[in-house]
Design a protein around this ligand. Structure first.
Ligand code: SF4
Length: 395
């Protein structure tokens, strides 16, 4: 339901030039059992109407010359060639992203990325693809409800390389119920042999309102014990480091210079503009969220100045707590001065975070490095606990 209190002109103008742009394309071949992103099985939906609504939202709010562009979802690669041309060419007319954006990513799934589509995306100006491999184990892919097999994943990677992509990310999920460490290590060996520039490898989580959460409740799925999850976490870091893929964020690994610029901006608590159903934005100090729902979103865009369902403007202390929470996910960490600057924390106001940091340093969960604070080896697996200390101090 739309919140009537924010229906009127909250966002009056386009985001400032250069602001990173996220576009949410919510269609997938089928819904994966663990996924809590806003996405729907594509069949039976009027994709054209949704795309036109999304482009209309871009006309109203998208920044000129975004530094980065990220088409996520959902499965953007599921769009047919004319749909991809329409979206990317019209966004070019609206934003002029081609000359401005250093990094332009499109999320893809193996079942919808062949050589023709990879070439089309390359020709349209996309320079980075993120491919959802998730697992190299056929039984795990089935458990996940994925609609592709392992061979299709390798074929999609090959297609992307043949089309000329030199910046590829692969998404993976580990610590799956029943998974053996040896099997995961074998998967990692096959993955690093592909020499991707970037990997996102996440510990499986059971998100609310997913089939996985239901199966967990019913006892059909049993999560791995914590110490086994930790063994996966450390082995992943070691194996990828050996292959030259450095953990620059808790769950993200890259070759030097291939960190995801778009996501770095999130971890720096920077501004960004999201368009599409369920997309969120950070504009100035405002946090804005669009309505979910395909028809609801299109209707809102047709009848209202925006598609917002919520907006909030957190105070300076909350912004500071969030900045620490996000910044400590990065291996390089952050300094007290950087945190205050990113949070736009007013000069002269009392900052409680140095005291929090002092306690965590004393507990060995943080360490000082080149003038910044970062998670220590002991603190890495306790990142959520550390983050909570900063958030709690923010009140
Ligand atoms: S393909 Fe991705 S976005 Fe779509 S349902 Fe699966 S995990 Fe979610």
């Amino acid at each position: 339901m739309a919140n009537p209190s924010i229906q009127n002109d909250l966002r009056k103008t386009r985001a400032s030039p250069g602001t990173p742009l996220y576009v949410h394309l919510p269609f997938c071949a089928a819904k994966c059992h663990y996924c809590d992103f806003f996405s729907v099985a594509a069949e039976g939906h009027d994709r054209g109407a949704l795309l036109e609504a999304l482009l209309e939202e871009a006309r109203r709010f998208a920044p000129r010359e975004p530094r980065t562009v990220f088409l996520g979802g959902g499965t953007p690669s599921l769009l047919e060639a004319p749909e991809l041309v329409r979206v990317l060419e019209e966004l070019e007319r609206i934003c002029g992203w081609r000359a401005a954006a250093g990094e332009v990513t499109v999320e893809c799934n193996p079942e919808s990325l062949d050589l023709a589509k990879a070439r089309l995306l390359r020709d349209l100006g996309v320079n980075r693809l993120s491919i959802g491999f998730q697992s190299l184990d056929p039984a795990t892919l089935q458990l996940f409800g994925r609609v592709h097999d392992v061979e299709m994943s390798f074929a999609a990677f090959e297609a992307a390389r043949t089309a000329g992509f030199e910046n590829l990310n692969l998404d993976l999920i580990y610590a799956v119920p029943g998974q053996e460490l040896e099997q995961w290590e074998r998967d990692l060996t096959r993955i690093v042999a592909l020499k991707p520039e970037h990997l996102s490898a996440y510990n499986l989580t059971f998100e609310e309102e997913t089939l996985f959460a239901k199966w967990l409740e019913e006892g059909r799925l049993k999560p791995l014990p914590e110490e086994r999850e930790l063994a996966f976490f450390w082995r992943t870091r070691e194996r990828l480091a050996e292959a030259g893929l450095r953990a620059y964020e808790i769950s993200n690994f890259s070759r030097t210079g291939r960190e995801c610029a778009h996501n770095l901006n999130y971890w720096h608590n920077g501004e960004y503009l999201g368009i599409g159903p369920s997309a969120v934005s950070k504009v100035g100090d405002q946090r804005l969220a669009n309505v979910k729902g395909i028809q609801g979103y299109a209707r809102r865009i047709a009848e209202h100045p925006d598609a917002l369902v919520s907006s909030e403007e957190p105070g300076a202390l909350t912004r500071l707590g969030e900045t620490w929470w996000l910044g400590l996910r990065l291996a390089r960490g952050l300094s007290q001065a950087q945190a205050r600057e990113r949070a736009r924390f007013p000069e002269g106001e009392h900052d409680p975070m140095p005291d929090v940091a002092k306690t965590l340093l004393g507990q060995g969960l943080l360490e000082e490095f080149e003038g910044r604070l970062r998670l220590s080896l002991a603190g890495l697996p306790l990142a959520d606990y550390v983050a909570r200390q900063f958030l709690a101090a923010a009140g």
